[in-house]
Design a protein around this ligand. Sequence first.
Ligand code: PRX
Length: 647
Amino acid sequence: MADIESVLKESRIFEPPSTFRQAAHVKSLEEYRALYRRSVDEPEAFWGEQAESLRWSKRWERVLEWDPPFASWFVGGCLNLSENCLDRHVATWRKNKAALVWEGEPGDTRVLTYHDLLREVCRFANVLKALGVVKGDRVGIYMPMIPEAAVAMLACARIGATHSVVFGGFSAEALRDRMNDAQARVIVTADGAYRRGAVVPLKANVDAALAGAPSVENVVVVRRTGEEVPFHAGRDHWWHELMEAASAQCPAEPLDAEHPLFILYTSGTTGRPKGVVHTTGGYLLQASLTMKLVFDVKDEDTYWCTADIGWVTGHSYVVYAPLANGATTFMYEGAPNHPEPDRFWRIVERHGITVLYTAPTAIRAFVRWGEQWPRKHDLTSLRLLGTVGEPINPEAWMWYHSVIGGGRCPIVDTWWQTETGAIMITPLPGAIATKPGSGTLPFFGVEPEVVDKDGHAVPPGAGGYLVIKKPWPSMLRTVYGDPERYVETYWKRFPGIYFTGDGARRDADGYFWIMGRVDDVINVAGHRLGTMEVESALVSHPRVAEAAVVGRPDELKGQALVAFVTLQAGIALNEGLRAELKEHVVKEIGAIARPDEIRFSEALPKTRSGKIMRRLLRDIAAGRDTIGDTTTLEDYSVLARLREEEE
Ligand code: PRX
């Protein structure tokens, strides 16, 4: 019996368009394979050569020191990340190139050239110094998606302060816990943030959090919304006042390659948030190389990653990797459906976005809102699309491909994690043919494997646990203040091998298919099913926009399969549809996956980064009260509504 059974059948395949291929950084499968071989046969030589593309103030002595499970990359080397993102380009023709193009939710825009951005970063670095921040201190960042957020991150990197960005949608309590764990000395925030036309009171949340976070001595506040906010004399400062007084000269501090760049908290399911620690050299290298090869970024691109800087995707692919490549990164402040559901497409048209990187949850929302919204806009500037964050259901992939990509844009489905720091499994768009729902092949230097519960590789087609066998440059180094937890969480299950927590299968072409989190696997009469495959079967029904499946305890079968389904906008509910959907799943993947119960719902409970919280759905399906942490839930009313909607 397989550890996780795979039941999804998907045979569509899309070759890279030849015009795309010709201009791409990596142009063929053969080229990919040759480079990949070298990267895993001689990883230190490979990464050492790649690292030549960065600016180092002191060369490394050894590429890798591996004391399992603790890795040091580019040992003895010194560099500065902000220097690599800014000074390096300001010394070239890129000085007056747009580094950051920004649009606020109300429609205001700003453009910062590399020269502008460097000056802002230097000034804010001097502000931090003036507040007493020194190398190694932690700085909290709790901000809207405005250029100052990127400036604050880069300024920390410039002086060697370790930043910890907390998503601006998190509550005061969540902020307090994170600031306490990190022992932050300063918080950078704003008076408020715009969200769907309303104002999120960031400064008020900071005030509430600081009542229980005594390490924070100073708060710097950007004026964004202009609301009145209380000010604590001596502790609170306006950003614009401090910046006015600050010099625009600030030398980049040479930092050890292993200097901690940031701590980013992942909520985990229970208990204390986990502070994932990333360091400087290896992180920058893998982030910038994936940016170049996966997004095939060129100087002419206007690249937009829609993630919030509060998530790792925002760290790596809104700020650091695009800037390290001298690219133009676009940043948007607000919601995708404000004032109307075509906001993203309006932005693509207005700014001539060429590369768009977003999440499956957003794509499924667009599908639900209807294709009339993207159809209103000229999307022909787009040349490449990306997704990240969850498995993408093949039908959502097809919609993205045809409606947004006009059938001409490759899609890079990039698998990675907060812990991996950068992309790990992904197509290279000019080299690797794509299959809807598959992240395809490993990136250079990455050695993933699908194994059974004893850690043995499973044959092609079989499901199992996704592991990474060798260290990689952008891997997390530890859990902040808790190395035990680092070992326990990631390296205990399969000794000496990194466990991702995901289920996956590899097909006969060596392509990886992520089946969802292992904790979400459903055991129906001895068949262990991953969530993604059953959900994809439901989403392939023309009336379904989104689905989440969970197990409910069942005396006969072990678990019964309960499906929560959101229909396309405007579809009326009827009993016939329930039976039809059950039969549809049987037809798509077989009787073992037939849902025992289908519940229709206007919305599904999601984290603020858009992931479906199946843990909460399990409680609802079992009729239990919700236990455990719900602080990451985006919309609390969803739970109450779900409880009312029995089959
Ligand atoms: O389950 C996988 C899913 O998201 C998890 C990592 O989440 P987080 O740390 O929040 O980082 C998200 C952004 C990198 C993974 O363990 N996941 C992420 N990308 C994909 C994915 N599942 C399938 N396909 C993906 N492309």
